[in-house]
Ligand binder design. Structure first.
Ligand SMILES: Nc1ncnc2c1ncn2[C@@H]1O[C@H](COP(=O)(O)OP(=O)(O)OP(=O)(O)O)[C@@H](O)[C@H]1O
Length: 269
């Protein structure tokens, strides 16, 4: 579904992404991890067309979309969520999700102005589908109420429901576990798997290593924009380069052990 090949993005002298290659197949969960500033979000922004890469290729289902506009990339089936939530607080919960359906809903301005039967039918369809996604993400709060009145964890669900309402083939999740409590993280893990089971390809940026190691089919590790590992969670957690990236050089034994635990290894040797 997604092929990133030798991707490079430079901001002036800073190479935020430097020769990154990875793939995400249909029905696969691939995590992109790395220390702060490693280039994860920049790579996602290239995939969604928000940034134009300096070099390399991005293909979606075989189509070369390198440097193309975000609207085209959305139309080809890519949806994302953001590290900093982008739920519209002054809109109802349901309307937030309905906003996602407008990617595929065929509505004409004249129908909307005249409230034609066709317009009413498509609006009903959008509402039904949005409610279906809110059920799917397990939203508990009031759907008619303003989104800003929902607790933080529930707003995260609304954002995922809105992304799903776009009927994506590839879903990019940028730190979906940030700010969630233990129980909410367990529910998120289950939700990500259920999304994968729908046949959607998932790319995940996440700092919670427990979640990453549990949910991912493969893990790509970035450091200073460069890819330093790509493998199964087991392969990656044992990789000395990964432990070092999370730690820097000159660490003593105790610090190395702590870093291993952070990347999910927790293996005393
Ligand atoms: N718009 C920008 N202009 C200039 N430099 C930028 C810009 N966006 C990111 N960078 C730089 O690019 C590098 C990678 O940043 P990026 O946000 O992609 O990292 P990240 O891995 O997502 O970090 P985090 O885990 O903290 O979100 C950093 O050095 C950052 O300062």
């Amino acid at each position: 579904m997604l092929e990133v090949e030798d991707l490079t993005l430079a901001f002036g002298g800073v190479r935020a992404v430097d020769g990154l290659s990875f793939r995400v197949e249909k029905g696969e969960i691939v995590s992109v991890i790395g220390p702060n500033g490693a280039g994860k979000t920049s790579a996602f922004n290239c995939v969604t067309g928000f940034y134009k890469p300096t070099g390399g290729r991005i293909r979606l289902a075989g189509n070369d979309v390198t440097g193309r506009r975000p609207s085209l990339i959305t139309a080809l089936g890519v949806a994302r969520t953001f590290q900093n939530l982008r739920v519209f607080g002054e809109m109802s919960v349901l309307d937030n999700v309905r906003a996602g359906t407008h990617v595929w809903l065929k509505q004409r301005v004249a129908d909307a102005l005249l409230h034609t039967p066709r317009y009413r039918r498509t609006e009903r369809e959008a509402t039904e589908e949005s409610n279906k996604w809110l059920d799917f993400v397990g939203l508990r709060g009031d759907r008619a109420g303003l989104a800003r009145n929902l607790p933080y964890g529930e707003r995260r669900r609304v954002e995922i429901a809105r992304a799903l309402a776009r009927r994506p083939q590839l879903l990019l999740l940028d730190e979906p576990a940030a700010g969630l409590n233990h129980g909410e993280k367990a529910e998120l893990l289950d939700l990500i798997r259920r999304i994968r089971d729908l046949g959607i390809a998932i790319a995940l940026i996440e700092h919670d290593m427990g979640l990453v190691m549990e949910v991912s089919d493969r893990v790509v590790v970035l450091n200073f924009g460069k890819e330093i590992a790509d493998g199964t969670p087991d392969e990656v957690r044992g990789d000395p380069a990964v432990v070092e990236a999370y730690l820097g050089r000159d660490a003593d034994e105790e610090e190395v052990e702590a870093a291993r635990e952070e990347v999910g290894g927790a293996r005393a040797e």
